[in-house]
Write a new protein. Sequence first.
Length: 225
Amino acid sequence: MNKKVQFIDLGLKDYKEVWDFQEELFAKTLKAKRENKPTSNSLIFCEHPHVFTLGKSGSDKNLLATEQWLTMAKATFYKINRGGDITYHGPGQTVGYPIFDLEQFGMGIHDYIFALEEVIIRTLKEFGIVSERLDGSTGVWLDTTNPAKVRKICAIGVRASRYVTMHGFALNVTSDLNYFQKIVPCGIPDKKVTSMQVELGDVDILKVNALILTYFAEVFTAEIE
């Protein structure tokens, strides 16, 4: 098994550029698998300028913003090839895209999503935020036992083929949550969204990212390079 992971920090980067980069790595890994050659694993971190993305199972109706508003707000909108519904990405949000060959980690897709959630749960615990999974929904949530207070802090949406993954997670660190008012987040109208900043006050996103990497190595028993 090859559990080495190349870490790539792209900083603030246009969504389409990163999506294209993911596709290149994804295709390269799939080609290697088809040819029975060794595969590699990559983990991309970035932030995006304001963008809304709609997954394969989503509905256009969950984008509440008009084209005029998108233009005015300098926000973009893409229909993409991950699972899940609609979400928002923007500055102050840590977005992670693992291009992993799950067979190298002895995982199926459900194990993988569970592991992604676990990475974020352990990271948030370091800051004193108690988070958990919500039955029937992916991602990481707060106050799951209180319907009036339950809120999502990290969205997860992935694509997989032959156990190779792309897309990933988006953790709201200091995100401007006003942009979530322009969508029905993840297609769930009765659930709220939060951020680490809302829960804690000022947060250092670089410290958050470093801890996410630490827990990626721990949860996946991976060697981050």
